[in-house]
Design a binder for this molecule. Structure first.
Ligand code: ATP
Length: 616
């Protein structure tokens, strides 16, 4: 409201200027008829001019401030909404996108959208009102001259209609190309060790150059079109002014118009053409921002596929009884495909520019972004999985690589939902529970654990920020992490992560175990560390894990025989199916996949570990 009021006030200056000029020339300077009756003095006119200028400066200052605040707040709101939304999306969303490309939407597209929200659109709206008022005033001053100077506007309209759609297409390519650049860049920067160790810097730079060049090409096409539009509107403006001076001059010479009226007419003509030209200039920014907004909505429109039931059941505390009933699951990954008839070999680094379908538009067309063509690649990962984990049991998942072990554990915290069959927790379908409550009961410790930048304390208390210092110490002690943390000068206030202390694999793992312990979950999901740890670390980690597993239903992707042998239920998987299940003794007796795996691992074991395992 305030902006509109201020915007309206701002009209006073440009609109009253030519009118006062007319009074100045015709009445005060005495160049028009009947000047003696109007009674305007030079002092009065100059004072009004001065007042109007002063108001203009103040109003513009306030308006710009209000607008930038509004723009920034709106953009911050959009960014928050986007982040909130992508947090709700399941792993399916993250499977088919690069981190950099998601980042590009949250950072680059939202920034682009700010250009629209920040200033241009509101200015354009005011400018449009200004154009209408200026046109009315032109007609009131001299309708014949007004008609003459307005006839060229359709040229502008048609060029705008036709060039704009092309600018929009080019802008879409600009943003898509930026997304490709971000995708590759984030991947390569996070994997810089690999790039450097394989001496691939030059190749990577060449790839970056290729992507960048394409970005420049797209951006240049958009700017070229915009430049053409700008020059057309400039030509329209100049032609209008030329017509006014030549025909209006004749009117004045024949006494059909006063000098003041002609000058005022030209002033208003400036207010008519000015906004049109301004619009042409900011057009590329606006079109770009519109495509940024399209892309933000593309993400916001993705329906989360893992979501709460309409009336979710609260789950304050669960027993941890888990039953998989005939669960099947297929990964569906969307892969880009070459555009049909593109005529060039497909290059994943390059976004080809799409051309608008029609050569000529009489009306501004509504264009939707053409989705990039993809093929869906399906991979059956699990078939008919049925088993029962009783509260407090340890379930060991074993099997060759790619058998489906990690996929199986993803359904318990609902990182994905099953395609067929169901997972039951304490006798009810897991989908019936409130998803936040469900996740409160589960802790996940993976092989490659992620710690965030922040202090040791913050990392351990990540799942329970309200935990007391004492609770954090106890969790760290049980996880065998207290000793190494307390040796550091700043102890639990030591900053980890990007600009902080780097941790060894074993230390990371123990902090992740402390984080899980503090959460005190009923269900635990573990992906055991493999050979990455040295003997001493492994011993400490194993002890920590044993502490963590006590009295919880534990699913463990087991790499160590000691865990497997002691498990209450061993599930041996192969090609997405359960090949065998039972206890160690049962499965050894039966023979088959499990015994083969067991014997293979037994041979590879260190004598010390073998002794330990047999004694335990
Ligand atoms: N995000 C994904 N998108 C598509 N396919 C996937 C995805 N994750 C896993 N797969 C496929 O599903 C199958 C099972 O994979 P999964 O990771 O569950 O096996 P795993 O037994 O845990 O293997 P590993 O012991 O090597 O970790 C494999 O064929 C794998 O290629």
């Amino acid at each position: 409201m305030a902006i509109v009021a201020l915007g309206l006030l701002q009209f006073i200056v440009p609109l009253s200027g030519p009118w006062l000029t007319k009074i100045m020339i015709d009445d005060v300077l005495g160049l028009g008829p009947g000047q003696s009756e109007s009674g305007w003095t030079l002092k009065q006119v100059v004072t009004i001019f001065a007042l109007i200028y002063l108001v203009s400066v103040i109003v513009t200052y306030i308006r710009n401030n209000v607008m930038s605040r509004l723009g920034n707040r709106m953009v911050a709101g959009i960014r928050r909404q986007l982040y909130e939304h992508i947090q709700k999306l399941s792993q399916r969303f993250y499977d088919s996108r690069q981190v950099g490309s998601i980042l590009s939407r949250v950072i680059n597209d939202v920034n682009g959208a700010q250009n629209l929200v920040g200033s241009n659109v509101i200015n354009v709206a005011f400018d449009l009102i200004m154009v209408v008022i200026a046109a009315c005033l032109l007609f009131s001053l001299n309708w014949k001259l007004a008609l003459l100077s307005l006839w060229i506007l359709p040229i502008y309209y048609l060029s705008f209609t036709n060039l704009n759609v092309r600018i929009r297409f080019a802008s879409r390519s600009v943003n898509r190309q930026m997304e490709r650049i971000s995708g590759v860049l984030v991947e390569r920067i996070s994997g810089m060790k690999i790039v450097q160790s394989f001496n691939r810097e030059r190749t990577e730079l060449a790839r970056f150059d290729k992507q960048s060049d394409q970005y420049v090409n797209h951006a240049m096409s958009a700017q070229l079109l915009s430049n053409i539009l700008g020059r057309i509107s400039q030509t329209v403006g100049y032609s209008g002014t030329l017509i006014t001076w030549s025909v209006g001059g004749l009117f004045v010479l024949h006494g059909d118009m006063t000098v003041g009226a002609l000058v005022a007419f030209n002033g208003y003509l400036g207010q008519l053409y000015g906004p049109i030209q301004r619009f042409a200039e900011v057009n590329v920014t606006i079109q770009n921002a519109m495509t940024n907004i399209e892309r933000i909505f593309e993400v916001l429109d993705i329906e989360p596929d893992v979501k709460n039931a309409e009336h979710p059941l609260p789950l304050p505390l669960c027993l941890g009884d888990i039953r998989f009933n005939n669960v099947s699951f297929t990964y569906e990954t969307e892969l880009p495909v070459p555009r049909p008839n593109a005529g060039k070999p497909y290059d994943p680094d390059i976004v080809e520019r799409q051309k608008p379908p029609k050569p000529f538009y009489w009306l501004p067309p509504k264009t939707q972004p053409d989705p990039l063509p993809t093929v869906t690649e399906s991979r059956v990962a699990l078939e008919n999985i049925t088993f029962h984990a009783k509260p407090g049991q340890v379930i060991a998942l074993v099997g060759p690589s790619g058998a489906g072990k990690s996929t199986l554990i993803n359904f318990i915290p609902r990182f994905y939902d099953v395609d067929e069959g169901a997972v039951y927790l304490d006798g009810r379908n897991i989908k019936e529970y409130d998803i936040n409550d469900l996740r409160k009961q589960i802790a996940v410790v993976l092989q490659e654990n992620i710690l965030f930048s922040g202090t040791v304390y913050e990392n351990i208390a990540y799942g329970r920020p309200e935990a007391t210092m004492q609770e954090v110490y106890e969790a760290a002690k049980a996880a065998n992490a207290h000793e190494f943390v307390s040796k550091w000068e700043k102890g639990y206030d030591t900053v980890l992560g990007e600009r902080g202390v780097r941790l060894s694999g074993g230390q990371k793992q123990r902090l992740a175990i402390a984080r899980a312990l503090l959460k005190n979950p009923r269900i635990l999901i573990l992906d055991e560390a493999t050979s990455a740890l040295d003997a001493e670390s492994e011993e400490l980690v194993t002890e920590a894990l044993n502490n963590l597993m006590k009295n919880r239903t534990t699913f463990v992707i087991a790499h160590r025989l000691a865990t497997v042998v002691r498990a209450d239920l061993i599930i041996a998987m192969e090609h997405g199916k359960i090949a065998q299940s039972g206890t160690h003794e049962q499965l050894i007796r039966k023979g088959g996949l499990y015994r083969e795996l067991y014997e293979k691992q037994l041979k590879a074991m260190r004598p010390k570990d073998l002794k330990e395992m047999l004694l335990s």
